[in-house]
Design a binder for this molecule. Structure first.
Ligand code: NAD
Ligand code: MG
Length: 390
């Protein structure tokens, strides 16, 4: 049997790069079908030369021409646009969904419709689509394997063989760990003036800028609570968050008999990536073994919802159900972009999200079209709020 094929959506990002790093250690495991990138064309060109995928996808015709110039005579089918992105997501056996934000949703859904094995890093897609995505996955026999380190840790701590379906009785709670981000001990007064670079200087992980800001506001953990609810079928009240600044325990599952199972390791995304790529086998990820003699202690504390209201807002949105998580996500993407562009302050992120949620009442999500319409409405509302705050 020939090796399964894989496409990496968002290959030029942090997760995409880590995925290629792991694949390079095991060239016999997968055939590379496609790599996709958005802005970093030079990176994409280097990746294509080094890894020789069959196809590459870029945003538009001009980018396609540029990429062709950069790769010269390399045998490579270069396509562009959202349709092409969806197309490659349906063509390979395995899809690494590592585009950031709502932009990754159509391709992730296309992979689900094609019954593919989806390695899901793009949490925003699941936060937005929730049950709609799960229904497609179930209807077409697709598989979702979590790449997010917390969800991958929960997956590994669940009874073996229980894929990402509803867990057995006996599970009392999921405990998601959070590093607390770069502003864990900062006062609100100081947080009001932080810069994008300060927000992106994460203590334990090197990540893309959007998720770095989400980690600084704790919205990332809020999105992860919603993601965990959908992935594992656990009700919101059984999903806890604990601050654990060392990021050594990546998350835990508590059982009714009092047992708590945890997954530990050095904070390196190549571990969950290698886990999902090899599942149910194991393979080397290039990650240094955890050296217990060097650990200075593991610390835990409760999240401060006053300084980090985004976590509470995400839980409220999950409780409201229907369209509310999609509204939360859209408003957050708009507010984070404004913060990164210097058009809004750090504290306005939670304010914009809260006000957008107040203005757009939750309604049941009927279809993908309905979801996209809600997403557009929430973005317009959030942009308006950003402008009037600036
Ligand atoms: P990144 O910003 O480093 O990379 C994002 C990728 O998406 C890039 O390849 C970029 O070209 C592509 N992209 C961006 N906008 C696009 C658009 N409009 N259309 C098509 N492609 C587009 O981000 P990242 O840190 O790699 O994160 C990717 C996803 O993985 C996010 O959803 C994030 O929440 C999740 N995630 C990341 C980490 C991490 O450690 N980096 C951990 C857990 C989950
Ligand atoms: Mg995470």
């Amino acid at each position: 049997m020939s090796a399964p094929s894989i496409s990496i959506l968002g290959a030029t990002g942090s997760i995409g790069n880590s995925t290629l790093d792991v694949l390079a250690r095991h060239p016999e495991r997968y055939r590379l079908h496609a790599l996709t990138g958005h802005r970093r064309l030079a990176t994409l060109a280097e990746q294509c030369v080094a890894f020789k995928p069959q196809r590459a996808v870029v945003p538009d015709a001009a980018a396609a021409e540029q990429l062709r110039m950069m790769v010269g005579t390399l045998e490579l089918d270069i396509a562009y646009g959202e349709r092409a992105l969806e197309e490659v997501a349906t063509e390979s056996d395995v899809v690494m969904a590592a585009i950031v934000g709502a932009a990754g949703l159509p391709a992730a859904l296309a992979a689900a419709r094609a019954g593919r094995r989806i390695l899901l890093a793009n949490k925003e897609a699941l936060v937005m689509a929730g049950q709609l995505m799960l229904d497609l996955v179930a209807a077409h026999g697709a598989t979702l394997l979590p790449i997010d380190s917390e969800h991958n840790a929960v997956f590994q701590s669940l009874p073996r063989g229980r894929d990402t379906s509803v867990p057995a009785d006996g599970i009392a709670r999921l405990i998601l760990t959070a590093s607390g981000g770069p502003f864990r001990n900062m006062t609100l007064e100081r947080m009001a003036t932080v810069t994008p670079d300060e927000a992106c200087a994460h203590p334990n992980w090197v990540m893309g800028r959007k998720i770095s800001v989400d980690s600084a506001t704790l919205m990332n953990k809020g999105l992860e609570v919603i993601e965990a609810h959908w992935l594992f079928g656990v009700p919101p009240e059984k999903i806890e968050v604990v601050i654990h600044p060392q990021s050594v325990i990546h998350s835990m599952v508590g059982y009714v008999d009092g047992s708590v199972l945890a997954q530990l390791g050095n904070p390196d995304m190549r571990t969950p990536i290698a886990h999902a790529l090899a599942y149910p086998e194991r393979m080397d990820a290039g990650v240094a073994p955890l050296d217990f003699s060097q650990l200075s202690g593991l610390h835990f504390e409760s999240p401060d919802l006053v300084r980090f209201p985004c976590l509470a807002l995400a839980k409220t949105a999950l409780g409201a159900g229907g369209s509310a998580p999609a509204v939360l996500n859209a408003a957050n993407e708009v507010a984070v972009e404004a913060f990164l562009d210097g058009r809004a302050g750090f504290l306005s992120i939670s304010q914009v999200v809260e006000a957008t949620l107040e203005r757009i009442a939750a309604e049941p999500l009927e279809s993908l079209e309905h979801l996209l319409e809600i997403d557009r409405r929430a973005r317009a509302e959030a942009r308006n709020l950003v402008e009037h705050r600036a």
